[in-house]
Design a protein around this ligand. Structure first.
Ligand SMILES: [Zn+2]
Length: 314
């Protein structure tokens, strides 16, 4: 301690009342590097830490705003029967649902909108992880079916941003039924010859991974996103082996062929627009500055020799 922090600073603070005038929510702490970030800087950086590049979780509405051009239209989703099993644990499911609905101003964990991504028409569905962990019940299933139908109706590609803990256990078997339902929905898009692109965000797990999330024509993910079916600890205990570093993270899955690309949030819009352009009108793909290779595959850690040309012996 020196005289500045002990004596001068408290004096100045009492003089100007500085402590009271700075609300707590102006600064955010990065969960990865623990650096403080000013809220305006964080918004400008699309909620990516300017110090370490950590992609923070963002809400569904923010996702739509970051992805679609101005003037996109959010569509009303069909209302599903709430709490069909009258489920109760420590609290009634209906109470949990109502609390999430009023806090987040949405009916369930998915928002659907149509509009354009840098001029390319698209239907976008975005998961809200803050809504009961983005879990998939009848409401989410219905949202996915609606998004797929809308894509077919509008002859537009379907882009889904996933962030989910899996099945909504409060809906029991009804929750599990959403897996085949959403799969059928994505098949409708495929049968109509329309691109279906999945962007896996942190975290994409459980029933969502086990159904429509793994059926995209192209699989993208945000850097560092956790993607898997069961949790790492459960797997470790089952196979009784230490799991490799980076297991179930986007970069690891890219190296092992589950993903096509890992794309930074700042490049997501341009990448999606370019991919849609390539898939829909290959001859008229937009020439943007942010050209990204279609498959940005890093050199594999093992078996790298297979990719190199074979040198003739002798
Ligand atoms: Zn950071």
């Amino acid at each position: 301690m020196n005289w500045i922090s002990d004596w001068a600073l408290p004096k100045i603070q009492t003089l100007f009342g500085a402590k009271k005038e700075v609300p707590d929510n102006l600064w955010h702490k990065c969960p990865a590097c623990e650096q403080m970030i000013f809220h305006r800087d964080l918004e400008r950086a699309l909620h990516v830490c300017p110090h370490c590049g950590h992609h923070m979780r963002i809400g569904a509405m923010q996702r739509l705003k970051y992805t679609l051009d101005e003037g996109f239209q959010r569509i009303e989703l069909p209302r599903m029967p709430q709490d069909p099993l009258r489920f109760r644990d420590q609290r009634r499911y209906l109470d949990r649902l109502k609390e999430a609905q009023s806090r987040l101003q949405m009916d369930d964990a998915v928002l659907v909108a149509h509009g354009a991504i840098l001029g390319q028409r698209a239907v976008v569905a975005a998961f809200e992880f803050a809504f009961m962990g983005g879990s998939m019940g009848a409401g989410v299933g219905e949202a996915m079916v609606t998004a797929a139908k809308l894509a077919v109706l509008q002859d537009a590609p379907l882009v889904v941003f996933t962030a989910s803990g899996g099945a909504r256990m409060q809906e029991g078997a009804i929750s599990l039924m959403q897996m085949p339902r959403t799969v059928i929905a994505t098949r409708m898009v495929k049968e109509a010859g329309l691109p279906y692109i999945v962007v896996m965000c942190d975290p994409t797990t459980g029933g969502v991974t086990a159904s429509f999330a793994m059926l995209g024509d192209i699989h993208l993910a945000e850097p560092g996103a956790l993607i898997g079916f069961a949790g790492a600890r459960v797997i470790e205990q089952t196979v009784r082996e230490k799991l490799p570093e980076g297991f179930q993270r986007a970069e690891y899955l890219l190296q092992h062929g589950i993903l096509d690309m890992v794309v930074k949030r700042s490049e997501m819009r341009a990448t999606l627009a370019r991919l849609i352009g390539l898939l829909r009108e290959p001859e008229r793909a937009p020439e943007s500055e942010s050209v990204v290779p279609l498959v940005a595959l890093p050199a594999p850690e093992d078996g790298g020799d297979a990719a190199r040309p074979v040198q003739p012996a002798g």
